[in-house]
Structures are given as structure tokens and as C-alpha cells.
Design a protein around this ligand. Structure first.
Ligand code: IMP
Ligand code: MG
Length: 194
């Protein structure tokens, strides 16, 4: 155990999968790439609350071109840690994305079901372009073609927490991505929020 090893939260972590310095180094690369690719395009970065807040905050600080930032809020229907891809918008965009270059920023893509639903909704607003940037991707077989332009890290098929990601609304404030200890899971209720 390295960073924050002495904190009560970090005691629940069985394994750190991506350390803080690894996250920051990769995010710097993504920011440089996005800055080059979107030069003179004035892109809108769109994130889904709440899991993406930390990645979004660090990513935009590594982008050196003019951008706008907006968020949507969704509620996922479906029990436990898995979603069934049915989502309801509880907070919509405030920026009009018609004819804008939109980069959709995700924390983690698992089945990709909720992402498909969201992308379809954004496409109906006729952006000039719509691409996906995800910090984490699980190598699960996706149920449809998902073209992801930027991927930070590919993860094993494990439930992870930290760096914005929660288990039952906890652990979002850990500065690294880790796997929960089994004891922490049995101690708490099953999660159901994004
Ligand atoms: P998908 O529709 O299966 O791709 O679900 C993706 C969403 O489920 C993410 O945006 C997260 O909110 C949540 N999720 C998926 N995997 C994890 C995980 O390992 N830890 C925390 N949340 C996760
Ligand atoms: Mg969640």
C-alpha cells in the first residue's frame, strides 16, 4: 500500500490498481493529445455526474486550448453494481451543442449500455462531431460497437473505487483507483447510483 495508506478509507482497499502518479501522467498525455486534435475546434467537454468529476477536473487542466465544460446528471435503473442501460436525465446540458464539437468524458466503461443511451440522446442534438474519452475501460465484450477515441487505462473485470468512483457513495475521494477488500463489501449495502 502506498499513497494515503494510513487513512481509514484506504484501509478498505485490497489492492491499488492505478497509483496517483500513474493517473496524473496518463491524464497529461490525454490532455496533450486532445489539445492537438481539437485545436481551432472550440470543443465542449461533456461529463456525467458524479463519477467523472475528478477526472474532468484534472483532464481540463492538461488541455491548453479554449474549451467549454458541461455536465449531465442521470439516474440509472437497475440493481446493484450493474446497469441495464436504461437511464433518465435528471440534469440536462446547459450549453447548446448543435454544430459544436463534443467530447464526451466518462470515468469507466463497463458494458457500455448506459453510454449508448446517452450518446444516442446527444446525437439527436446534431453536434458537429461526437467522440468519447474514458479514463477506464473494462475488457468486457460490449453489446454493440462503441468507438472510443481516447482510453486512459484498460482494467481487469473487477469493481473498482476511488478517483471519483464510488461504492455505495463512498471512496470517491481516494486519489488512486483500487479494488475494495471483501470485508468492506460485506459490511456495506449494495450500490445503486452512478
Ligand atoms: P455501463 O453501462 O455498464 O458501461 O456502466 C458504466 C457505469 O457503471 C459507470 O459510469 C459507473 O458509474 C458504473 N461502474 C461500472 N463499473 C464500475 C466500477 O468498477 N466501479 C464503480 N462504478 C462502476
Ligand atoms: Mg456508482
Amino acid at each position: 500500500m502506498t499513497e494515503s495508506a494510513n487513512s481509514p478509507l484506504a484501509e478498505d482497499i485490497a489492492e491499488i490498481l492505478i497509483a496517483e502518479h500513474e493517473l496524473q501522467a496518463r491524464i497529461a498525455e490525454l490532455g496533450a493529445q486532445i489539445s492537438a486534435d481539437y485545436r481551432d475546434r472550440d470543443p465542449v467537454l461533456v461529463g456525467v455526474l458524479r463519477g467523472v468529476f475528478m477526472f474532468m477536473a484534472d483532464l481540463v487542466r492538461q488541455i491548453t486550448i479554449p474549451i467549454s465544460v458541461d455536465f449531465i446528471g442521470i439516474t440509472r435503473y437497475g440493481p446493484s453494481t450493474r446497469t441495464h442501460g436504461v437511464v433518465r436525465f435528471v440534469k440536462d446540458l446547459e450549453i447548446n451543442i448543435e454544430d459544436r464539437h463534443v467530447l464526451f468524458v466518462e470515468d469507466v466503461i463497463d458494458t457500455g449500455l448506459s453510454l449508448r443511451y446517452i450518446m444516442r440522446s446527444l446525437e439527436t442534438r446534431q453536434p458537429a462531431s461526437l467522440r468519447i474519452c474514458t479514463l477506464l475501460s473494462k475488457p468486457r465484450i460490449r453489446l454493440f460497437d462503441l468507438d472510443v477515441a481516447y482510453t486512459g487505462f484498460v482494467l481487469p473485470d473487477k469493481f473498482v473505487v476511488g478517483y471519483g468512483l464510488d461504492y455505495d457513495e463512498r471512496y470517491r475521494n481516494l486519489p488512486f483507483v483500487g479494488v475494495l477488500d471483501d470485508r468492506a463489501i460485506t459490511r456495506q449495502r449494495l450500490p445503486n447510483s452512478s
